[in-house]
Design a protein around this ligand. Structure first.
Ligand SMILES: Cc1cc2nc3c(=O)[nH]c(=O)nc-3n(C[C@H](O)[C@H](O)[C@H](O)COP(=O)(O)OP(=O)(O)OC[C@H]3O[C@@H](n4cnc5c(N)ncnc54)[C@H](O)[C@@H]3O)c2cc1C
Length: 347
């Protein structure tokens, strides 16, 4: 069997690159072994404003200009809904934060998203003595549902191998790769934190961060916007809310922990005071990079190998644009900006 590309990993990075290949009529096979699950557990929020400091997210406009049509196309393709518009209410901690909000609202890049008003808290179950600021044109991609549908589609079309990709089995021929009898022009590695096991790229400085989330059932809360305070509370419908997320820099497993659950439970009790039940608890490892930029590029010596990783805490927004850039780089030699290229760690 011969293909144009092998993709290793079918999280957001793998899906975005596979879509790019389909668009350009390239043939491919994806390997997926369920060793990581960042995309499956992600909150899925997209939002171009850094909610801690009220500053623009790096390159947000360019990312959203590609990402929103990308998810719309997938909705059409699968005849499903993945993109849910969700406003964000950022609870203020102080008068100073209220003032900072108004200053930020005047910035050109933020004007379309930040409403220059203080939104009075009318919900008796929410603790917000300084009220909140509202963001619009933000939303949530149901990445879990999308991933399951995408996997099923590849399976039906025989593009998916549900097995571990074994790096030792790569044989480098003159003009192609031979992997266990499967011939391919290129391999694109999209393994998320699985990168650590990849001998060709694992020297790149990933500073992964484990995150845990709980889902609660809170029938009295009745909120249809995301509440952002010490944690986020994201409405899923039917009185269910996703609550997250923790940041742990030492635990490298994707196992949910009691400590993670207790931390979220405690923080939640500082934001809402209604009854709730925890109905789900998940964890995953965010593939974050020291300088908070993605890892995109082709291996310096082994030109058949490429990488799409480092999507960090914002995979939903970043993945589609980075997949486009990597494809153009591989196929047309279009240069990559230094801040996303893996070359920044070699020069
Ligand atoms: C708790 C939490 C909350 C988050 N919330 C948000 C959010 O609200 N908004 C947002 O934009 N982002 C969020 N993120 C970040 C987002 O999930 C990531 O940026 C994104 O999912 C990374 O996608 P990826 O494809 O690079 O990695 P992954 O999703 O980890 O996918 C990598 C895939 O490669 C597979 N793989 C690895 N090695 C091999 C191998 N050798 N052989 C075969 N398969 C292999 C793995 O099984 C996995 O499926 C969150 C992450 C976490 C953990």
């Amino acid at each position: 069997m011969q293909v144009d590309y092998i993709i290793v990993g079918l999280g957001l990075a793998g899906i975005a690159f596979a879509e790019e290949l389909k668009k350009h009529n390239k043939t491919f096979v994806v390997f997926e072994d369920n060793s990581q699950n960042s995309s499956l557990v992600a909150g899925g929020m997209y939002n171009p404003v850094v909610l801690k400091r009220f500053t623009p997210v790096w390159n947000a406009k360019e990312q959203l200009d590609v990402a929103l049509p990308f998810y719309k196309d997938l909705e059409k393709k699968f005849d499903k809904k993945y993109n849910y518009k969700v406003d964000i209410h950022r609870i203020f901690k102080s008068i100073e934060e209220q003032n900072n909000w108004f200053v930020a609202c005047d910035k050109i890049l933020l004007q379309d998203y930040m409403i220059p008003e203080i939104i009075k808290n009318k919900n008796k179950y929410i603790f917000a003595p300084f009220d909140s600021g509202k963001l619009i044109h933000t939303g949530r991609i149901d990445v879990n549902k999308l991933s399951i549908d995408y996997r099923q589609c590849l399976k039906t079309n025989k593009n998916l191998k549900e097995e571990k990709f074994d790096y030792n089995k790569i044989e480098f021929e003159q003009n192609f790769i031979n992997y266990n009898g499967l011939k391919s022009d290129k391999i694109v590695f999209c393994e998320g934190y699985g990168l650590k096991a990849n001998p060709f790229f694992n020297q790149l400085p990933m500073r992964e961060a484990k995150g845990e989330l709980i889902t609660i059932y809170a029938p009295d809360l009745k909120v249809d916007y995301l509440i952002k305070s010490a944690i986020f509370i994201l409405p899923l419908g039917n009185d269910l809310y996703k609550v997250g997320a923790t940041f742990n820099w030492t635990d490298k497993t994707k196992t949910p922990t009691t400590a993670g659950k207790d931390e979220l439970d405690f923080k939640l009790s500082t934001v809402i005071n209604c009854n709730y039940t925890i109905v789900d608890h998940t964890a995953g490892i965010r593939p974050t990079i020291k300088d908070r930029r993605p890892l995109v590029g082709v291996h310096r010596e082994k030109k058949h190998l490429a990488i799409l990783n480092g999507l960090g805490t914002r995979g939903v927004m970043i993945a589609p644009l980075m997949a486009k850039k990597l494809f153009q780089h591989i196929e047309n030699n279009t240069p990559l900006e230094k801040e996303i290229s893996i070359d920044r760690f070699y020069d």
